[in-house]
Each structure stands twice: as C-alpha cells, then as structure tokens.
Design a protein around this ligand. Structure first.
Ligand code: ATP
Length: 396
C-alpha cells in the first residue's frame, strides 16, 4: 500500500522562518490529494519535505508504511514533476523520459519497454526522437510526466506542473493528468495556488494558509461547508460575498438584517447549523455565493428573499452575467481583502465599518440589467453561510 502520511510535520528554515507547522495528512493509496493555498503558504515546502528535497524539522513523513525522514530523496520511491519540467535540451524525448532509469543502470530493453508504454499513455509515440526545443509547451509537460511515470514510483509529487502553459492548454492538460492518474492509480500529491485546478483534480483538497492546514475535504464539501472565512473566500469564483449582518427574531422565524435590509433565514438552515440559534440577537458574518443570487424578475421567491440595490457594474460572460451592486453594510476583512483594509487605515481582520460593500451576483444570461438600473436581487436564503465575527469559524 502506497499510503503517504504526514504526522505533525513542521519546517523551520535556518533563518528562523516557520514555513509549515503541525501538518497532519493521510493520503490513501491511489488517492489524488491537492495542496492549495496562496503564495507563500508553505505548500511547496511541504511537498519538498515529502520528496526529500528539504529537511524535515518536526514530525514524521512515511511512504508506503516506511518512515522516510532520514531516507535520501533518490531512495524514497517517489517521483517529482516540477513546474519548470527540468528537461535536458541535448537529449531526445526518449532519452529524457528514460533518464532516471539509465542512471539506475536498468537493462536497456526494460527501459525501452517502459518508455514506450509511458509514451503511449501520454500520446508521445510520434515524438520520441525529437529534442525538447522542438516540442510544444504541452508536449514538454508530458515528457516531464513521462519521466515520473517510467519510474513506477509509490507516489507522484507535482509542484504546479501546469503553470507554464497558456490557459487553454492548462485546461486540456488538467484533464490529461486526471485521466493518467486514474489509469495508473498512483497516490498523488499535487501543489497549486489555483483553486479551480484544486477543485477539478483532487479527490480531496487540503487548504493551507500561512503554513497551517485550514481544512481538508472533498471538493464539494469544501464548497458547501467551508470551515472558516479563509476557506469560504478562497474556494469559489467569483468569491463568496462576505458581509456583516445582524440576526434577530425567533428560531421559527429568524431574520437577518444586512445594511438595513431584511432577509428571512431560509428553512433548513437551522437544521444544518443548529449553533446559529445562539446567535439570535448578535452580529455575524454572512456569506452569499454569487451563484445563489438571481434577478428577482426571473426568480421571484417569497417574502424576505430580496435585496434591492443599484447595478454598479455588469459583466456579460456569455454563460452568465456578473452583476455588481452596492450594499450599505460593513465590509468583512479577510486575508484576501486585507490590502483594501490597509488602504482604508486598518490592519486587523474583522469588519470595516465603511458602510459600503460591493456584492457580486451571478445572474442568468436572460437578465437585462444595465449599469445604473435599480435591481431586485433574489437570494436563495436556504444557502446562506454564517461565520462567527470574532473567530472567523463557520457556525454549525
Ligand atoms: P509559492 O506558491 O509562492 O511557491 P508556497 O505556498 O509554495 O508559495 P513556500 O515556497 O513553501 O510557499 O514558502 C513558504 C514560506 O517559507 C514563505 O514565507 C517563504 O518565503 C519561506 N521560504 C521558502 N524557502 C525558504 C528558505 N530556503 N529559507 C527561508 N525561508 C524560505
């Protein structure tokens, strides 16, 4: 079984920088786990510790049941695919793919067989005699993958392998990587800062911030039940709208006031979030995903499901229309919006009492909203998210 386990793993660089702290992850045999987070959150460092390219300061890493802390990289039986591909320009595709095996002094016919099989999997059969400079970006990326595949390792470790490709090719290669990993069934840890890549590739996704794991869950679970404001804001595009609101009313008829406008908290919310009861009479952070809003003319809804505002910006995307509108509510400052907060003169996470927040809604393309129009926005109030104002944690 090629399970990869990180138990209490930490990294402190010689200059005292703590890049990773107390990281606990169990990656099952054959699982595709994506490590995602903003730049500098420590995901590359975590991956390099598994690969053996970085010393492990604390905790234990094991691969296939064997603790590898003191095992040199080449003996860990894992294969790394780098962002830069690291191909040898003077070698052919065949030689590049087989390079690691040649170094290991494997028999020529075994190498040939493995390279041929990998080339077939990757659709590189016709390019085996070419040099890397005569390949497209996507083909070079495949060669880098081929080099990992022929080693038949216990795990693949991939560090942003698609970031040098243009947008269209990235989508294509993303599907390729998913297919290859499924076909080969090799345990994979994949690092990216791109949440779309993480959501589409991962069996599970581990979200990191400042060296610490925030949540690890299946993509849909992360989207539906983000553990805290950071995950809520990071997963989903456009990002979840986060506003300050006040809860009032009773358990049977809970009301939410946002910037002087009132919504009725949808049926079922309390069942999913029983702890919300304790917040009646208090302020909370409300999360509304853009896709949980619609032009009220297209989706009328009942009493307490509407916000009224003016369209400030309308972006037609073809498949849908992003409508930005203002709310007289306090802005919630998260890690992502900290820059804005700093400009406005505060440096803390929390709420910023400048009473204007721009909310983004994803309307159906049938909408006919123009900038400056007064609009009624229907909110799917059964899908509202709630977070504690002080702890930033989801209220469940
Ligand atoms: P990116 O996506 O930008 O590569 P990352 O999430 O992969 O970011 P790491 O490269 O793991 O993050 O870096 C985590 C932290 O450790 C950062 O603050 C970085 O500046 C720091 N760091 C990385 N390498 C070293 C080093 N050799 N010495 C000191 N600090 C380092």
């Amino acid at each position: 079984m090629a399970e990869v386990v990180l138990a209490g793993v930490g990294k402190v660089y010689p200059d005292g920088t703590r890049a990773v702290g107390d990281l606990n992850l169990n990656i099952a045999d054959g699982e595709f786990l994506v490590l995602v987070g903003p730049s500098g959150c420590g995901k590359t460092t975590a991956l390099r510790m598994v690969a053996g390219l970085e010393e492990i300061s604390e905790g234990r890493v094991s691969v296939g049941g064997r603790v590898v802390n003191r095992v040199p990289a080449r003996d860990r039986d894992v294969a790394m695919v780098f962002q830069s591909y690291a191909l040898y320009p003077h070698l052919s595709v065949r030689q590049n793919i087989g390079f690691g095996l040649t170094l290991r002094k494997m028999k020529k016919d075994v190498i040939r067989k493995r390279v041929d099989a990998a080339a077939k999997t990757l659709g590189l059969e016709d390019h085996l005699e070419r040099r890397p400079r005569n390949l497209s970006g996507g083909q070079r990326q495949r060669v880098a993958m081929g080099r990992a595949i022929v080693r038949e390792p216990q795990a693949f470790l991939m560090d942003e392998p698609l970031s040098n490709l243009d947008a269209k090719l990235r989508v294509q290669m993303r599907a390729e990587i998913a297919r290859i990993q499924r076909d080969l069934g090799v345990t994979t840890i994949y690092v990216t800062h791109d949440q779309t890549e993480a959501m589409t590739l991962g069996d599970r996704v581990a979200v990191m911030k400042k060296g610490e794991l925030q949540q690890v869950a299946a993509p849909q679970e992360l989207y539906d039940r983000p553990a805290n404001l950071f995950v809520a804001g990071f997963i989903g595009s456009p990002a979840m709208n986060l506003l300050k609101g006040d809860l009032s009313g009773t358990e049977g008829d809970m009301r939410l006031s946002i910037g002087g406008q009132e919504l009725r908290v949808g049926a079922g919310v309390l069942e999913r979030r029983p702890a919300l009861r304790d917040y009646i009479g208090r302020s909370v952070v409300v999360g509304i995903r853009p896709e949980d809003m619609e032009d009220a003319r297209l989706s009328p809804g009942g009493e307490g499901t509407r916000l009224t505002s003016t369209a400030e910006l309308v972006e037609a995307m073809g498949s849908d229309v992003l409508v930005h509108f203002g709310m007289e509510a306090a802005t919630v400052v998260t890690e992502d919006t900290k820059e804005l907060a700093r400009d406005a003169g505060t440096d803390v996470l929390g709420t910023l009492e400048t009473p204007h927040t721009t909310v983004v809604a994803r309307f159906s393309p049938r909408t006919e909203v123009q900038v400056g129009d007064s609009i009624d926005v229907h909110v799917d109030t059964a899908r509202l998210h709630f977070f504690d104002l002080d702890t930033s944690k989801s209220i469940w």
